[in-house]
Structures are given as structure tokens and as C-alpha cells.
Write a protein that binds this ligand. Structure first.
Ligand code: NI
Length: 145
């Protein structure tokens, strides 16, 4: 990429937006609450979040997800089931972290790459196992700029 193209790509454009007062107040409350330095930073992040959501909804490019689960270590054969699923899907399972929270509860984060439908399916399969007490998928994707 030439330096001209690079500078165009990195260029930041200032534009004005008209908002009803209540919506602007809401925006400003979020800026303070979430510790943003400016309205612009919050708006940029909101747009990026929407882009990630739409990338998942479109479903036509590879994305990444982090599945967080809490499960009962003593549930019969559950640990083995979770491992079996991960081994079967080894192309998609990039990494896992396991934390023993207490005598009974295990916390595991599973980083998964693939098409959205594949990640959703794998997450549902693991999250639906008997003895999995909590399951939440964080959806991520590449975001330009
Ligand atoms: Ni454990």
C-alpha cells in the first residue's frame, strides 16, 4: 500500500450530527459512565460494535468467539464430554483456559475460530451439556480502524 493510500485510510473526518436533546444526554451519561475521553470515542466504539454484530449476522466471513462456561466438576463424565467435543472440533478450538473455582465449580474459556454458524453450533453443544451451569458466548471479529 502506498503512503497516499495509507494516509487516506487513516484520515479522520469530522462531521456534525443532529440529535434530540434526550438522546444527547443519554450519550453523555454513557461517555462519563464508561470513562470515555470524548463523545467521538464512544460513537466510534458503538459503530464498531454494530459492525461486529452485522458481521456475525451476515455469516460469510471467519470470526472468533470466546465461550465462557462454568460447570460441575463432579457431574459424571461431563469433563470427558467437553474434551471430546473440543477434540472433534480441534480445527475451530484455538485455546482453552481452565480455572478450578472451588471444590465443585470449574470455569473454562474456549477460544473458537470459524464461520459464525460453526461457532454458534459448537457453543450450543457445549453449553447444553448436562451439568454446565453457565454458558456465554462473546462474539468478536476483525474490525478495520
Ligand atoms: Ni477444574
Amino acid at each position: 500500500m502506498s503512503s497516499v493510500e495509507e494516509s487516506v485510510r487513516e484520515e479522520t473526518i469530522r462531521f456534525s450530527v443532529s440529535l434530540p436533546r434526550p438522546l444527547l444526554d443519554e450519550l453523555d451519561r454513557r461517555v462519563v459512565k464508561k470513562g470515555y475521553a470524548s463523545r467521538s470515542e464512544l460513537v466510534r466504539d458503538l459503530i464498531r460494535e454494530r459492525i461486529v454484530e452485522e458481521t456475525w449476522e451476515r455469516g460469510d466471513v471467519e470470526v472468533a468467539g470466546v465461550l465462557t462456561i462454568v460447570y460441575d466438576h463432579h457431574q459424571r463424565e461431563l469433563t470427558q464430554h467437553i474434551l471430546d467435543i473440543q477434540h472433534r472440533q480441534y480445527i475451530h478450538v484455538v485455546a482453552t483456559t481452565h480455572v478450578h473455582m472451588d471444590h465443585h465449580n470449574c470455569l473454562e474459556t474456549i477460544i473458537i475460530r470459524g464461520m459464525p454458524v460453526e461457532i454458534e453450533r459448537l457453543s450450543l453443544e457445549i453449553g447444553g451439556l448436562r451439568g454446565v451451569r453457565f454458558s456465554e458466548l462473546t462474539r468478536a471479529s476483525r474490525v478495520q480502524n
